[in-house]
Ligand binder design. Structure first.
Ligand SMILES: Cc1ncc(COP(=O)(O)O)c(C=O)c1O
Length: 415
């Protein structure tokens, strides 16, 4: 393209209801447009202090270490595994979807002996299978995905955390999709390392991976000091940058740190309980509407194992999976997600995360899906999805809606 053919960048406004990114909170975007500060400017280090304190709040932890790794969620996962594991050490990974496989790949590249503990995609990993794997050899890490975005499954962790500790191993948890949208009780559940991402329930653009780890993990990191192959993703070095020492590591991605600060502040203002309830409410309203359209939800029985913020929907026979997504995007400006691996072409994944988890988005999505599916020959009763969701909201009552529609007691933003 000749140079003068370039034009201003004007991306279309979209309703982002895929498995990530979610829609950014406008306050986050506003914060990201603030003037840049130097990374050792006391005003900026004060922002870093806010971020660490707010990370502790979101992760529900008193850990000294709670800060973001530069890079997307995957960078945080890689930093955790690469900084803790030495070549030849045993790593047990729970695999029932794409992100369990990602843990395996990262651990393999670190030279670990990887033991995959598998469950069918759409199911949880039972603790007794992890117990059997732990009993078969001395293990350094157990890696578990809390919210398996690829299948919509919420993995219980407390029993696995207990087993891991009893075998003197460390539990590393992928909470990329759950932090800020569902309970992630780091200390109460006994999780050693927890890694998140910014672009899902935190409603910030992708680019940082908030994480936290406890004293047990810190001791293990100490033993690996200066031995971690990656300089950029060396958690020990990153931790001294995110500490009063401000050890010079990378140049802070200032605008991203502003954005994360504002995103986490939004979580605090809304309150954890209200935020989790909002995600549950809108996810459940969507699922009521999906069922009323005659569609079937994939996996996760009983519903307690269902991720509140990701709704996996089985593509009906004779319906073109890709064409439906294309029409939703072109005609309605709505993005929903496809699937991976054995589920590719078989399910859609609809995300109601962070700023996207709002009543108008749920209702628009159901109306649009009904219209698009009709063109594919899948004819639900007109308005059935929207009506079912509205009925769900009505049954939830005014109090639930009021909490869900207001961002915090001050009502400074509406979902
Ligand atoms: C559960 C889970 N883990 C890890 C990742 C990877 O995160 P990122 O794409 O931010 O690197 C994702 C992203 O979809 C995810 O859903």
């Amino acid at each position: 393209m000749p140079r003068d053919a370039f034009q201003d960048l004007l991306p279309s406004p979209r309703i982002l209801l895929g498995p990530g990114p979610s829609m950014a909170d406008p306050r986050v975007l506003r914060a990201m447009a603030s003037p840049l500060l130097g990374q050792f400017d006391p005003e900026f280090t004060a922002v870093m202090d806010d971020v660490m304190e707010l990370c502790r709040f979101a992760f529900q932890t008193a850990n000294a270490r709670a800060f973001p790794v530069p890079g997307t969620g995957r960078a945080g996962l890689e930093a955790a595994v690469a900084s803790l594991v030495e070549p030849g050490e045993r790593v047990v990974v729970g695999v029932s979807g794409r992100f369990g496989l990602l843990f395996c790949e990262i651990a393999e590249r670190c030279g670990a002996e990887v033991v995959q503990v598998e469950a069918e995609w759409g199911r949880i990993i039972e603790p007794d299978v992890i117990a059997r794997a732990l009993a078969r050899g001395q293990t350094k890490l157990v890696c578990m995905v809390h919210g398996e975005t690829s299948t919509g499954v919420l993995q219980p962790l407390t029993e696995i955390a207990r087993l891991t500790r009893a075998h003197d191993a460390l539990l590393v948890v992928d909470a990329v999709v759950t932090l800020g949208g569902a309970e992630v009780a780091t200390d109460a559940w006994g999780l050693d390392v927890v890694v998140a991402g910014t672009q899902k329930c935190l409603s910030c653009p992708s680019g940082l991976a908030p994480l936290t780890y406890n004293a047990r993990a810190e001791t293990a990191l100490e033993r690996r000091r200066r031995k971690v192959q990656s300089n950029y993703l060396d958690l020990g070095q990153l931790a001294t940058y995110w500490s009063p020492d401000r050890f010079n590591h990378h140049t802070a991605p200032t605008a991203m740190v502003y954005g994360l600060r504002e995103a986490l502040y939004g979580v605090k203002v809304e309150g954890l309980k209200a935020r989790f309830e909002r995600h549950r409410l809108h996810g459940d309203a969507l699922r009521a509407g999906i069922s009323a359209l005659g569609l079937t939800l994939f996996g996760a029985e009983p519903p307690a194992y269902r991720l509140p913020m990701i709704t996996p929907v089985i593509v009906p026979e004779g319906v073109d999976e890709l064409r439906v997504r294309q029409r939703l995007l072109q005609d309605f400006g709505i993005e929903i997600g496809a699937a991976f691996g054995p589920l590719q072409g078989k399910i859609w994944r609809i995300g109601t995360m962070g700023y996207s988890a709002r009543r108008p988005n749920v209702l628009l999505c159901l109306a649009a899906l009904e219209a698009v599916l009709r063109r594919e020959g899948w004819c639900a009763a007109p308005g059935a999805g929207v009506e079912a969701a509205l009925a769900y909201y009505a049954a939830a009552g005014d109090a639930a809606l009021e909490t869900a529609d207001n961002l915090g007691a001050g009502g400074i933003g509406r979902y």
